[in-house]
Design a protein around this ligand. Structure first.
Ligand SMILES: NC(=O)c1ccc[n+]([C@@H]2O[C@H](COP(=O)([O-])OP(=O)(O)OC[C@H]3O[C@@H](n4cnc5c(N)ncnc54)[C@H](O)[C@@H]3O)[C@@H](O)[C@H]2O)c1
Ligand SMILES: O=C(O)C[C@H](O)C(=O)O
Length: 334
């Protein structure tokens, strides 16, 4: 029995994500929450012939508390998306408060749930959720995840394109580490399950790295004011949620890159911190998943000089983004 909950379920990501979760046979209950339209979305999805019982809630009458009660897995795509010319950090002003309030609901109504954060800027919203849970004395770092799967999905697709065979994209696995914005997105292409063509030039390699780092901008530009990635994000979010649900159900050998608090690792992430040469509290890397959530946080492994430089370039922005999230909750003005 797995109850999954989507907070922001009526939005551009929320609706297709809810559809994909409804299609997951391991989910037996699907709770949808948004400030608008969830009764309609829930009624629509409830006619699909899969096991999950679907219920939609709105804020009145304790809707947030009701949807969160007995939740096992909570996915959060609530918040505003980018328009052309904006960075993910520009979303902080609005999304930080939205995520804080939803996290407060989780802290009281579902403190043991696994929480998957999609709302941007992920590098800051994940620390916000952690700080809220800490304030309530219920933070378990093993249960909190920043969803960076879209970067991994993009890397697989773009590598398969370069290999000239899109049918490979499902099996191409590229670890993408760091964080989820611009230069903090670091694809470790030398560790791709399918090596890049030997004749790839440095210019082509650099263009591929840039495309993975700035894939979000490509979509924002193409949507021309109508938002950012929604369908590919829903696919990526459902993929990550499905992996986690399999792992908490006891399946062995499940792992995925995700942005986590390094204290979730049994060793406190010391080996990774040593590799990074920096005492960061959060980082995205390949995480082994298990019944309690994070089972082990993997180190980066062997990197090329170019990848070492990318990791180095990611760290200052990542450290600032993390601190922005932490300070938002620590602020005495709240
Ligand atoms: N992590 C990633 O890789 C990734 C990828 C794409 C988008 N995103 C982010 O996901 C977020 C959502 O994007 P979208 O395109 O779905 O936006 P959207 O505007 O289409 O949908 C957002 C939904 O959130 C709802 N919402 C707002 N405040 C809420 C609250 N307090 N409680 C519950 N619901 C609330 C809105 O009503 C809306 O339905 C954005 O911040 C975007 O930047 C992240
Ligand atoms: O680019 C965005 O703002 C949305 C998302 O983070 C993405 O990577 O597509």
């Amino acid at each position: 029995m797995v109850k999954a909950v989507v907070l922001g379920a009526a939005g551009g990501i929320g609706q297709p994500l809810s559809l994909l979760l409804k299609a997951n046979p391991l989910i037996t209950e699907l709770g949808l929450f948004d400030i608008v339209n969830t009764p309609g979305v829930a009624a629509d999805l409830s006619h699909i012939s899969t096991p999950a019982k679907v219920v939609g809630y709105l804020p009145p009458d304790d809707g947030l508390k009701k949807v969160l009660t007995n939740a096992d897995v909570i996915v959060i795509p609530a918040g505003v998306p980018r328009k052309p010319g904006m960075t993910r950090d520009d979303l902080f002003k609005i999304n930080a408060g939205i995520v804080r309030d939803l996290a407060t609901g989780i802290a009281t109504a579902a403190p043991k749930a696994f929480v998957l954060v999609i709302s941007n800027p992920v590098n800051s919203t994940v620390p916000i959720v952690a700080e809220v849970l800490k304030k309530h004395g219920v933070f378990d770092p093993k249960r909190l995840f920043g969803v960076t799967t879209l970067d991994v999905v993009r890397a697989s697709t773009f590598v398969a394109e370069i290999l000239g065979d899109l049918s490979l994209s499902k099996s191409v696995a590229v670890p993408v580490v760091g964080g989820h914005s611009g230069v903090t997105i670091v694809p470790l292409l030398s560790q791709s399950s399918h090596p890049l063509p030997a004749n790839l030039t440095t210019d082509q390699y650099e263009a591929l790295v840039k495309r993975i780092q700035f894939g979000g901008d490509e979509v924002v530009k193409a949507k021309d004011g109508a938002g950012s990635a929604t369908l590919s994000m829903a696919y990526a979010g459902a993929e990550f949620a499905a992996k986690l649900i399999r792992a908490i159900g006891g399946e062995k050998g499940v792992s995925a890159p995700t942005f986590v608090n390094l204290s979730a690792d049994p060793s406190g992430g010391e080996a990774l911190k040593k590799e990074l040469g920096q005492d960061l509290d959060y980082f995205s890397t390949v995480v082994e998943l298990g019944p309690e959530g994070v089972a082990k946080i993997n180190t980066l492994g062997s990197l090329t000089d170019a990848e070492t430089a990318l990791v180095k370039a990611a760290i200052p922005e990542l450290a600032t983004n993390i601190q922005t999230g932490v300070s938002f909750i620590a602020s005495p003005k709240l």
